[in-house]
Design a protein around this ligand. Structure first.
Ligand code: 5AD
Ligand code: SF4
Length: 511
């Protein structure tokens, strides 16, 4: 999928407007902590294999959001410790693992198709071990292990330390499964291997699970209750990355504003005033990471309107190296719809949060997630989403057709009653509007100077480099003597719908 394009994939009930403000645009790709990056779906996870002789070969394929890709780095790390090496070729593999996503039906369908491919491979190589990891594990374990016999091993998102034991169990001729969700697991002590990295930007997982129970969402069931990772281990990981030459970290969580660490365990168990007084909040964590070095940029995703405090906003404003970019999913602009979605806020409350962002961080870019065609959505409610989008003037949006997920509150309580054709029609209306808004945002940046972190070569020209400004806009400029990891001052002289094109200068200038 290209920068500067509008990507529509109806099959996946998902639309992306790939303008410059995709969260965490990374080379030609973009990634967001929760949002599925089509260009990376099903990509193989590869390690730098040093000595391969006699070692078992792992083929690891990842689907879903950035959290899942980050988990694959943990899986790879655990198995590398056990002497595995990775292979890009499933035909060479002794063990094939698929790290899966369950957020929309099509994500699951794609994985099932892939499992069928591997089952065929296993017919000619019966020793091949096939395992299913991630969000599909809990719901489909019985069906895939016993009924359809598509896999030998199933491990849920909190069971990755157990993978070596599960593989041994399969070696001894049994099926193996561990889908237990943990109260404690944050993988804090596992140093993830960095996969597919540009050597400049890396992800740090700061929490796991989600307690919000939005009615459409399967995540609280697949990834369990919310727990935060020890801040010291997060800061240490950021420090190590900085020492290795990385210049940007993105703190990942389903709801980063809800981060709270009071010695470990579930968020819901942090009850006493004393625990709360001695806890670390997300604002405090942001400060700690920002203070690793003024040359380490800090990004984060995903924020949540009901938990995002002014403290967090003031911290972003206070530190130059915390990027002025907030991904604040709204899902719908209609209060009645938000109520059915169990989002915990009204349109007015969301607007108040946007006003706070604009007041405290005036040049902050804002992006969002929107679901169209959720249960009972009327034309009027849909129009309210359009009017909210105009009112906010989002830089970027991820837009989805509602996909009913078994076991969710919406599945139990409501009917998925918006016609497919109506969902599609509404989706194309919000996509068209967002395209207009994104273009407008890019144009307002033209002519300004930005501090840009250089990420690597531009896709279109070997003589040009690309990087991003604090607001996450992609900037392209002549290479000169700059290299990835450098900070440059950049004047935007022209723009496409997606990209700022210009030149580097010695300091802030106005043109
Ligand atoms: N159908 C469609 N989109 C969904 N999302 C979450 N669950 C569903 C679903 N059942 C979207 C939300 C969320 C993003 C990660 O995925 O917009 O913010
Ligand atoms: Fe799902 Fe809502 Fe949690 Fe996001 S905040 S992961 S949409 S339950």
């Amino acid at each position: 999928m290209k920068d500067a394009s509008v990507g529509i994939n109806d099959n996946l009930s998902r639309v992306l407007i790939l303008v410059t403000f995709a969260p965490f645009m990374n080379n030609s790709e973009f990634n967001s902590s929760k949002v599925i990056d089509e260009s990376r779906q099903g990509s193989a996870t590869l390690l730098d294999n040093t000595s391969e002789a006699g070692k078992r070969k792992l083929y690891l394929e990842s689907y879903g959001c950035q959290m899942n890709f980050s988990d694959s780095e943990i899986v790879a790390s655990v198995l590398m410790e056990q002497g595995f090496v990775t292979t890009p070729d499933p035909k060479q593999a002794d063990v094939v693992l698929l790290n899966t996503c369950a957020i929309r039906e099509n994500a699951e369908l794609r994985v099932r198709q892939r499992l069928q491919d591997f089952k065929n491979e296993k017919r000619s190589r019966p020793g091949l071990i096939i395992g299913l990891l991630g969000c599909m594990a809990e719901r489909l374990k019985t069906r895939l292990l016993q009924e359809e016999k598509l896999v030998d091993l199933v491990a849920g998102p909190d069971a990755y330390r157990d993978l070596p034991a599960l593989i041994s169990q399969v070696d001894s001729g049994q099926k193996a499964v561990n889908v237990l969700l943990s109260r404690e697991e944050t993988y804090a002590d596992i140093s993830p291997v960095r996969l597919g990295s540009n050597g400049v930007s890396a992800y740090i997982s700061i929490m796991r699970g989600c307690d919000n129970m939005c009615s459409f969402c399967v995540v609280p069931f697949t990834r369990g209750r919310e727990r935060s990772r020890d801040p010291e281990s997060i800061v240490q990981e950021a420090r190590e990355l900085f020492d290795q030459g990385y210049r940007e970290v993105t703190l990942l969580g389903q709801n980063v504003d809800s981060y709270i660490y009071a010695g470990g365990g579930l968020k819901k168990d942090i009850l006493t005033e004393e625990q709360k007084a001695n806890s670390t909040s997300f604002a405090a964590l942001l400060k700690m990471v920002a203070e690793v070095s003024p040359d380490l940029r800090v990004r984060f995703s995903t924020s949540n309107p009901r938990d995002m405090t002014n403290d967090v906003l003031h911290t972003i404003a206070e530190y130059e190296n915390i990027c002025n970019y907030i991904h604040l999913p709204v899902q719908s602009g209609s209060t009645s719809m938000l109520d059915r979605m169990n989002r915990g806020y009204t349109r007015e409350m969301y607007e108040e949060r946007i006003e706070a962002i604009k007041r405290i961080i005036p040049d902050c870019a804002i992006s969002t997630d929107i679901i169209t065609g959720f249960c009972g959505e009327t034309e009027e409610e849909h129009q309210e989403t359009l009017s909210l989008m105009e009112w906010v003037g989002y830089h970027f949006a991820y837009m989805f057709k509602y996909s009913e997920r078994p076991g969710t509150m919406a599945h139990r309580k409501f009917k998925d009653d918006v016609e497919e054709s109506v969902k599609s029609q509404r989706l194309s209306e919000i996509v068209a509007l967002q395209q207009k808004l994104s273009h407008k945002r890019t144009r307002t940046m033209n002519g300004q100077t930005f501090k840009v972190l250089v990420e690597g070569p531009s896709k279109k020209s070997a003589d040009h480099l690309k990087g991003r400004n604090s607001q996450n806009a992609v900037c392209v400029f002549p290479k000169d003597n700059h290299k990835p990891g450098d900070y440059v001052y950049f004047v935007a002289e022209e723009c496409t719908s997606a990209t700022l094109i210009g030149r580097t200068v010695s300091d802030f200038v106005t043109v």
